[in-house]
Design a protein around this ligand. Structure first.
Ligand code: UT7
Length: 338
């Protein structure tokens, strides 16, 4: 076996804990049949989704993020006051500013932490993970919380059957700490952006280009707009290419990955990527049936699913992969710590 997982840094960052949180209210495919012209069968066959969790009025992204962070910290047995930095990957911040990370910092009681939000849509977690890892690897910080959280129901148009069936609300969180050796931890990553795809998946209004107005509201411009097939084709190609890049850099093949944790946008995208990487389905974590697409939340929530199902063991090679609006592309290779 040609494993070349030599550390490229003096200190490697490892994931030392995971937590996730979804709101209790469930929106099933049958519920959506009552809202738009769709069927449970169409949704299940085209996406793999059965149900998703949706917030009640008054709950926002910072609440989901805090819920996930509390589970993560409790499992590690440390207090929020020991956190150095909080990164929140999200496209649905509570408000444009202050950053959701600031709201999480105070709600969590992370008294000495600084933090910021990172906007990369469905790649928000993979991108945030690398930024957090660099803070640990540089020696600047010992404990960084990386959160992927989105309240997609707040920007979903429940009159548009092509998008409203896809999205759910939820958050996942990991704690990053320095590794003692180089046997475990984050090994390598590959990130790309293709900004030419910006129009294929976006929320057109509410920013500086089209500030909120009666026209933008009446034009339903504060909701997700997606050219599904364009995004689908790009996602299948790029999830695979980014994964191959990171595997090639480590000198390994998809067959050597013990657990593949992809962004959960569509079960068909996930299975097509796994097949092209030569990865057996039983090594792929799929929970889209229960949560839908929670954007920044999907990968850390799926990581928690894998953990709870006993599918992650110390030393396992784990591959994360994402494609999101932007377009943003990310893949991360790591060796599981615990
Ligand atoms: O995480 C961010 C990245 N996002 C993604 O990765 C999403 C990528 N795209 C997709 O997952 C798929 O393109 C969708 C699930 C969004 C759509 O599936 P599709 O197989 O590409 O369907 P389509 O858009 O080609 O539509 C096929 C037909 C159309 O009807 P006609 O024109 O053939 O008569 C649609 O109007 O399905 C119709 N349709 C629906 N029918 C029942 C679209 N949405 C629905 C629906 N229920 N909810």
């Amino acid at each position: 076996m040609s494993l070349q997982l030599k550390p490229r840094v003096a200190v490697r960052a490892k994931i030392s804990s995971v937590g996730s949180f979804v709101p209790s209210r469930v929106l099933t495919n049958q519920d959506l049949e009552q809202i738009v012209d769709t069927t449970d069968q169409w949704i299940l066959e085209r996406t793999g989704i059965r149900e998703r969790h949706i917030v009640d009025s008054g709950m926002a992204t910072s609440d989901l993020a805090v819920g996930a962070a509390q589970v993560c910290l409790e499992r590690r047995g440390i207090d929020a006051s020991e956190i150095d930095c909080i990164i929140v990957g999200t496209v649905t911040p509570d408000m444009l500013f202050p950053a959701t990370a600031c709201l999480v910092q105070t709600k969590l009681g992370a008294t000495k932490a600084w933090g910021f939000d990172l906007s990369a849509a469905c790649s928000a977690f993979t991108y945030s993970l690398q930024v957090g890892a660099k803070l640990v690897e540089s020696g600047a910080h010992k404990r960084v919380l990386v959160i992927g959280a989105d309240t997609m129901s707040s920007i979903t148009d429940y009159t548009d059957r092509s998008t409203c069936i896809l999205f759910g609300d939820g958050a996942g969180c990991v704690l990053l700490e320095p590794c003692d050796g180089d046997e475990v931890g984050l090994v390598d990553f590959w990130h790309e952006v293709d900004g030419s795809g910006g129009g294929a998946l976006c929320m057109p209004a509410g920013g500086s280009l089209h500030p909120p107005s009666i026209e933008t509201v009446e034009g339903r411009q504060h909701y997700i707009k997606q050219d599904g097939q364009t995004v689908y084709k790009f996602a299948v190609r790029k999830m695979m290419e980014a994964s191959e890049r990171v595997l090639a850099s480590a000198g390994i093949t998809g067959n050597e990955i013990a657990c593949f944790i992809p962004h959960q946008a569509n079960k068909r995208i996930i299975l097509a990527t796994a097949e092209r990487l030569g990865m057996p389905e039983e090594r792929v974590v799929i929970n889209i049936d229960r949560y839908g697409n929670t954007t920044g939340g999907t990968i850390p929530i799926a990581m928690d699913t894998a953990l709870q199902e006993g599918r992650l063991k110390k030393g396992d090679l784990v591959l994360l992969a994402s494609v999101g609006a932007g377009f943003t592309v990310g893949a991360t290779l790591l060796r599981w710590e615990f």
